[in-house]
Design a protein around this ligand. Structure first.
Ligand code: 5RP
Length: 220
């Protein structure tokens, strides 16, 4: 039986196939993205460098001697590789378990292809069992929380956590997300919300799913 880490390593290796020679690659955040960074290190002489979606990933990339570019200097990227907290067969995702959702959404938006790397436990029929992370400007905490309650969720402040952008995260429990594209837009329109963890309007293009039978490739 393969461990979860072995499944993550297998999908991270598979994602390397999607990295064009001589490119700047968009890099996500989290334990699966970390495996990808470690695989990227093995081909670092074949790429120009990376754009990181968090300070943590930037640090790991630099630790491997991979050059880290700011997105403003890199321009449009051919590919973005990142994990997810939940993903559906439509390749809609919940992200932000690690709190990096805003930079992840920005780098993903600037990338032509989003390759999602997950172990099989992340594939779900309906999003929402994993609490939906929402990055919020601190002064809007209470007013945003009230509006999240009005939408049927139970907002819980992520204690002792500040994002790379200096904001807070509210994790919204109890949502059964039947229409992620619509909910993503609704949440984005709440004043004080910076980003929400639904990646549906721009979902993944390819899912590399680590299963005990091998890496499955899924597209929409
Ligand atoms: C971080 C994220 C991660 O992609 C998500 O939390 C998955 O992490 P892991 O690969 O450790 O399960 O969105 O903000």
């Amino acid at each position: 039986m393969m461990s979860q880490d072995e499944l993550k390593r297998a999908v991270a290796k598979a994602a390397i196939e999607y990295v064009p020679v001589d490119c700047i690659v968009g890099v996500g955040t989290g334990s699966t993205a970390n495996f990808f960074i470690d695989e990227l290190a093995k081909i670092k002489h074949k790429i120009r460098g990376a754009v990181a979606s968090s300070e943590a990933s930037a640090k790991r990339l630099l630790g491997h001697g991979i050059e880290v570019f700011s997105l403003n200097d890199a321009g449009s990227l051919p590919v973005y590789v990142d994990g997810a907290d939940e993903i559906t067969r439509h390749l809609h995702m919940i992200k932000g378990g690690g709190g990096a959702l805003t930079r992840e959404k920005i780098v993903a938006a600037a990338s032509k292809k989003f390759i999602c790397v997950c172990d099989a436990s992340k594939l779900v029929d309906v999003l929402g069992r994993f609490p939906l992370p929402v990055e919020v400007i601190p002064m809007a905490r209470s007013s945003v929380a009230r509006q999240l309650v009005a939408l049927g969720g139970q907002p819980i402040l992520r204690q002792g956590f500040t994002t790379d952008n200096g904001n807070i995260i509210i994790d919204v429990h109890g949502l059964n997300i039947m229409n992620p594209v619509e909910l993503e837009a609704t949440l984005d329109h709440i004043a004080g919300v910076v980003t929400n963890g639904l990646f549906a309007r721009r979902g993944a293009d390819v899912l590399l799913l680590g299963t005990p039978e091998g890496v499955k490739t899924m597209t929409v």
